[in-house]
Design a protein around this ligand. Structure first.
Ligand SMILES: NC(=O)c1ccc[n+]([C@@H]2O[C@H](COP(=O)([O-])OP(=O)(O)OC[C@H]3O[C@@H](n4cnc5c(N)ncnc54)[C@H](O)[C@@H]3O)[C@@H](O)[C@H]2O)c1
Length: 252
């Protein structure tokens, strides 16, 4: 039997990259999937790709940085499927490259607003429902940048460190309520966002890859496999963990 038969998974940022791979991996394992994204076209494409493989999905448009939209997203997911077993709070942005002293308030607020406040808002409404149903699993997408510094990207790095703090605190608060909360921490993964970090410059890319023992980019599917494992029964004793999926970057 597929690991997620009869279950329902919500994936934010499901229209692209890692989120799309997570949504497809859940569907492949028997789950019904709620694909959420701010972008309608790509989000609908993911939901369509899921129905193409014979699984069930709906798309919901939501900006994770906006409370009313997140609340409506979670309510609609539950109104549709009457349960929420797994939630992957994955939507995020790179923000704009700037050193601390040059960073604008707008860049700071936008990056923190989506990457950190967005994860908190999603968890808030997911957990309220999971408490009622008596179980649930959450995986937040942090980053290797949640466990190390990165020159030029302080709002992103701060947001991803924050996601790990939120993950650990929620894991402690809700462990006895049968809700597990973990994070995945990918290093550079071949998606549109990777191009924000390299700026499409081969030398920057070679430098970044050189930091990773495996000397290559990861794939969205490799991150999805880790996220889905954390949501599975196989990880039933794992909570509050920040799992690096990083080709050895953090082993240095
Ligand atoms: N690609 C990498 O190298 C890398 C490394 C570490 C962590 N991550 C993290 O992985 C996650 C997914 O990134 P990705 O690489 O797949 O990038 P991506 O740009 O391909 O996907 C991000 C998705 O999030 C959506 N999104 C953006 N803002 C949103 C908002 N306000 N509300 C709802 N959806 C929104 C986008 O529309 C897009 O579909 C992000 O949290 C990112 O920080 C990526």
């Amino acid at each position: 039997m597929a690991r997620f038969e009869g279950k329902v998974a919500l994936v934010t940022g499901g229209g692209s990259g890692i989120g799309r791979a997570i949504a497809l991996a859940f569907a492949d394992e028997g789950s019904r999937v709620v694909v959420a994204d701010i972008e309608v076209t790509t989000g609908e494409e993911t939901a369509h790709a899921i129905t193409e493989i014979g699984a069930e999905a709906i798309f919901l448009q939501a900006d994770v940085g906006k409370k009313e939209e997140v609340k409506a997203m979670v309510h609609k997911a539950i109104a549709t499927y009457d349960r929420l077993d797994c939630a992957c709070n994955n939507a995020g942005i790179a923000g704009t490259m700037a050193r601390v002293a040059d960073c604008t308030e707008e860049n700071w607020d936008r990056t923190i607003g989506i990457n950190l406040k967005g994860v908190w808002l999603c968890m808030k409404y997911e957990i309220l429902h999971m408490l009622k149903q008596g179980h649930g699993v959450i995986v937040n997408t942090s980053s290797a940048a949640g466990l190390m510094g990165m020159q030029g990207w302080s709002p992103y790095v701060a947001s991803k460190h924050g996601v790990i703090g939120l993950t650990r605190s929620a894991a402690l608060e809700y462990a006895k309520a049968n809700i597990r909360v973990n994070a995945v921490c990918p290093s550079i993964i071949k998606t549109e966002m990777a191009e924000c970090f390299t700026g499409g410059d081969q030398r920057v890319e070679a430098y970044i890859l050189g930091q990773q023992a495996m000397n290559r980019m990861g794939t969205p599917e490799e991150v999805a496999a880790a996220a889905v494992w954390l949501c599975s029964e196989e990880a039933s004793f794992v909570t509050g963990h920040a799992l690096a999926v990083d080709g050895g970057l953090l082993a240095h």
